[in-house]
Design a protein around this ligand. Structure first.
Ligand code: ZN
Length: 354
């Protein structure tokens, strides 16, 4: 059965717990918006259940030394309609369109591609030059962005709770990284493996931004969705890897519910078993590894995590399975007893996984 355990249901940036709070606390307009977002999540899940089950999940091939990149992007304009993909407005190599969301989606897809190609020798999401398709201006006042298994879609936000969702490169890198997970090991979008799927997307989302900005771990903000909240929301971002649980604290949205330690692991049926909540625990472990190793996080910590996804071969991996694989990969990459392997183990102890 390819039902609730689908590898790739609609993978939205907005966590369901935020939608639930808006349903309860929002004004009439915000309640309608939240109810429509919740229904849409269900609709897409059902569509995906009806779709063909995925074929084999294999580690993506590495590009040969000196190979040329196959970056190919298309950006479509939905003109506030809900029909995908919309009208093609910018192809690979086209000059900037002058539409800010079109150009952010185009540039962000390219930045994500460059990180994977240059640093991890991966040629696009599938390792074989898959075209990167993005649609912007999806629906009217739409407060979300998602990867639907074959393309990205971004809303413009309602201007009150959210600004246009293309505004943060970490969000673009996050959503495209769901495609990388889908084409690599695949991590079931439920419970701990689902939280690891969200975690991997957050890690490579922030690494895309750090790579683009040439930032050291200590200079980076480690936020997902920085600057996307509207003017009346009290919060920095959707999530913080440096300090899970502190990204926002707002009278409408409530408080960021992410834990950073296994003592506070949230057992819940909603959000596919808390995939956007408990991801705070491995997120914080990655942050600690990157900060303790120091320097550019995509160079060492990023390689350990990328190789973990490529090698774990366990769609139901638990946090413990993942942690053990990161240590094995750190040993393979940097040596048994290496500083990198020891610090990786220490980080998982600090978040209570060991
Ligand atoms: Zn996600």
């Amino acid at each position: 059965m390819h039902g609730m355990n689908s590898h790739n249901p609609l993978e939205c940036i907005l966590p369901p717990h935020m939608i639930d709070v808006l349903k309860m606390r929002g004004n009439a307009k915000q309640k309608r918006m939240a109810e429509s977002l919740a229904k849409e999540g269900l609709k897409f899940r059902m569509q995906r259940q009806a779709a063909e089950p995925p074929t084999a999940y294999l580690a993506a091939p590495s590009v040969a030394p000196g190979a040329q990149p196959h970056l190919e992007r298309e950006v479509y304009d939905c003109q506030t309609k809900a029909t995908l993909p919309g009208t093609l407005v910018r192809r690979e190599g086209d000059p900037p369109s002058g539409d800010q969301q079109v150009d952010e989606a185009y540039e962000g897809a390219g930045d994500t591609y460059q990180l994977y190609f240059n640093e991890y020798q991966r040629d696009s999401l599938d390792g074989q030059g898959l075209k990167l398709v993005s649609s912007v201006h999806f629906r009217k006042n739409y407060n979300n962005a998602f990867w639907n298994g074959s393309q990205m879609s971004y809303g413009d936000g309602d201007g009150t709770i959210f600004k246009p969702l293309t505004g943060d490169l970490a969000v673009i890198g996050h959503e495209l990284s769901h495609g990388v997970v889908q084409y690599s090991g695949g991590l079931m979008y439920r419970d701990q493996s689902g939280a690891l799927n969200e975690h991997f997307a957050d890690v490579f989302g922030v690494l895309t931004k750090q790579y683009k900005l040439s930032q050291d771990a200590a200079e980076a903000d480690w936020l997902i969705g920085a600057g996307l909240f509207g003017p009346n929301i009290n919060g920095q971002a959707l999530r913080s890897m440096a300090a899970p649980g502190t990204a926002y604290d707002d009278s409408l949205l409530g408080r960021d519910p992410q834990p950073f330690h296994m003592d506070d692991y949230v057992v819940t049926q909603s959000d596919n078993g808390g995939v956007h909540i408990n991801s705070g625990i491995p997120n914080h472990a990655f942050y600690l590894v990157a900060m303790m190793i120091a320097g550019r996080a995509w160079q060492k910590a990023g390689h350990i995590w990328y190789q973990t996804l490529q090698n774990i071969n366990n769609p139901n991996a638990s946090f413990l399975n993942w942690a053990e694989e990161t240590i094995a990969r750190a040993q393979t990459l940097f040596g048994t007893g290496s500083r990198e392997a020891i610090l990786t183990q220490r980080a998982w102890k600090l978040v209570g996984v060991f």
